[in-house]
Write a protein of this length. Sequence first.
Length: 336
Amino acid sequence: MKVLVTGAAGFIGSALSMKLLDRGDRVIGIDNHNTYYDPRLKEARIKRHIDHPNYTHVRMDIENVEEVESLFSNYDFDRVVNLAAQAGVRHSIDNPRSYINTNIVGFGNILEACRHGDIAHLVYASSSSVYGANKKVPYSTHDNVDHPLSLYAASKKANELMAHSYSHLYNLPTTGLRFFTVYGPWDRPDMALQSFTKKILSGDEIEIFNYGNHRRDFTYIDDIVIGIVLVLDRPPEGNSDKSAENPNPGLSNSPWRVYNIGNNSPIGLLEYIQAIEEALGVKAKKKLLPLQPGDVIETYADIDDLIKEFNYKPKTSIKEGIENFVTWYKSFYSIN
C-alpha cells in the first residue's frame, strides 16, 4: 500500500513508518519539525528510515490547507495514519491555541483531503486522556467520555466526533486509537520516562505529583505499532447494533470505530520509577507534590474489542521495556 503517515518524525510516527517499510509498503511521511522539543531528536529518528527506497519525507504543516491539498493531489494514497498533533496535557493548560490550530484545524484539513482523495481508511491518534473525570475502570470505549480535564483531551474527543461526521456523511472509513501512556526508546524529552531518567542520572530531584498515587497503563512502543498496523489493514464497517434505542458510544451505523490500545495492566507511578532506578542502578531523589490541574489519577485500558477483533496481545513487560529504553538513552546521549 501507499500510506501517508503524518507526524512521521515523532515518537510513534517514526516507529510506525519503519514497520510499514519493513513489510513492503510505500510510506510518505510528513512532519513540521516544530520546536516543542529539541528538533535534533526528530532528525535522528528519521535518519533511521529517510534513505529507504520506499520512503519519502515532506516537511510541511497540516494546519496549512494549501499544502495538504497539494500533498494529496501529488500522491495517490491508499490509507492515511494521522499522528501529527500538539501533544502534552500540561502544555495545553498554558498554550491552548496551539492545540486548537493543530489538533482541530489541522485534523479538519486531513479529513477534507481524505474525503476528496477517496481514501480507503483513515486511522488517527486519540488518547486515554479523553476519559477525563470517569471513575469506572477499566476504561471502555463503550462508556461516555464527555468530561475531559484538559484542552488536549478535549481536542482528541473532538477528533473522534469530527471523524464520525465524515464517516456518516461521506462514507469515509475512520478508526480512532486511544493510546495509553506510550513509552520506550526514542520517546519525547517531555515525557515522564526520559525526564525522570535524565534527572536521576544527574542527581536532581524528580517531581512526583499526586504524591506518587498515579497509576498508568504504560504501553511499549512496539506493542502500539503492532496494534496500529493490525487496525490499518481492516477498515471498519457500520454496526447494525447501533441505534437510537440502543445507544453505544463505541459503535456506529457508519464506518467508524474507536479502540483503546494499551497494556491492560496499570501500575503505580512509584513502581514505575523503581523499575527505572533498577535499570539505571541509581536511586532517585523524590519530591512528592499534590495533584496538578488536568491530570488523570488512573488510566486502565479495556482492550477486549481489540483482542476479540484483531487478536491483539501486548507482549512487553515494564521491566523489559524500561531496560530497552535505558540502553537506548545511554547510547543516544553517550552516557557510560
